[in-house]
Write a protein that binds this ligand. Structure first.
Ligand SMILES: Nc1ncnc2c1ncn2[C@@H]1O[C@H](COP(=O)(O)OP(=O)(O)O)[C@@H](O)[C@H]1O
Ligand SMILES: [Mg+2]
Length: 268
């Protein structure tokens, strides 16, 4: 979902000691936070388990218990660099996984605890999730972009670039965000971009929960005008359409073109 163009141009490099891509347990999912990890991990040897809710890259849990994210598709190297820079710089100010190592086209990072925002939305916790997402975004807005080495774009704020429950983990019992993941599209800019993209995720993928967007704005402390939010949604869909055009195949481009048109029909 979200930022994925639906295109995987090449497989990641196989690391020494790992399984070959063909032998990887592809599509072998498991749900939930860290408590669930001991079960599926038991007895799988050095095979890696692909993590759920990945839409662009190949993200797996290693037998050692780290997360290994292998970047695929257009600009993979640049996206890997941006994410590593963000994770490294933000580790003391926001809940992000620490970088363990960078190995070729993969980054090893710490496994964060928590329940996935998308699962929580589907389980009826949209109000709490969106409130926490809004509050987190307010905190991100206070971070100086100068903290992150080599962040592209213009503006006085760090923009995550694919912000929303699809890239967040939560501990609702403690009313906290335990991880903001997937920083590969980060850049300098205006926080309204992340706010509008989070709104797009809800409107597009959880249309039954649109009324709960009030919690997102309450958490953020501001509800920017609809026209500005919708314009951002349109521009981001067009950007993904453009990326899909560069990468092919035709159906990914057509999907984003359709989504762009759909946003044009939305009302506040
Ligand atoms: N450090 C981490 N700790 C726990 N889960 C993670 C971590 N990194 C990724 N994940 C899981 O893997 C999924 C895919 O990772 P993500 O970085 O979002 O990749 P993609 O760019 O393919 O969307 C996340 O939505 C989350 O479920
Ligand atoms: Mg993601």
């Amino acid at each position: 979902m979200a930022a994925s163009t639906g295109v995987h141009q090449r497989r990641c490099t196989v690391q020494a000691g790992g399984t070959t891509p063909a032998k990887r347990p592809r599509g072998r999912w498991f749900a939930g936070g860290t408590e669930d990890l001991t079960g599926p991990l038991a007895g799988i040897g050095d095979e890696r388990v692909r993590l759920p809710h990945g839409y662009t890259n190949e993200t797996e849990l290693t037998a050692a218990g780290d997360v290994r994210k292998c970047y695929v598709g257009k600009d993979a190297k640049a996206r890997q660099r941006v994410e590593a820079a963000c994770l490294t710089a933000l580790t003391t100010v926001l809940p992000v996984p620490a970088v363990v190592a960078v190995e070729g086209d993969a980054t090893l990072m710490q496994l964060r605890p928590g329940e996935h925002g998308q699962d929580l939305l589907e389980q009826g916790h949209g109000e709490a999730v969106l409130l926490l997402a809004g509050q987190l975004l307010r905190r991100l807005g206070a971070v100086s972009p100068a903290l992150v080495m080599g962040l592209g774009g213009q503006g006085e704020h760090v923009v995550h670039g694919d912000f929303g429950p699809q890239n967040m983990l939560f501990d609702l019992g403690r009313e906290s965000v335990t991880a903001v993941l997937d920083w590969e599209y980060a850049h300098r800019g205006d926080p309204i971009e992340d706010l509008a993209w989070c709104e797009w995720i809800v409107r597009m993928h959880h249309p039954d929960q649109v009324s709960l967007l009030r919690s997102l704005f309450a958490g953020y402390g501001e509800r920017p005008p609809w026209a500005a939010r919708r314009q951002i949604m349109i521009e981001k869909c067009e950007l993904f359409e453009e990326r899909s055009r560069a990468e092919g195949p035709e159906n990914a481009r057509a999907l984003w073109a359709e989504r762009t048109q759909l946003v044009r029909t939305w009302h506040a």
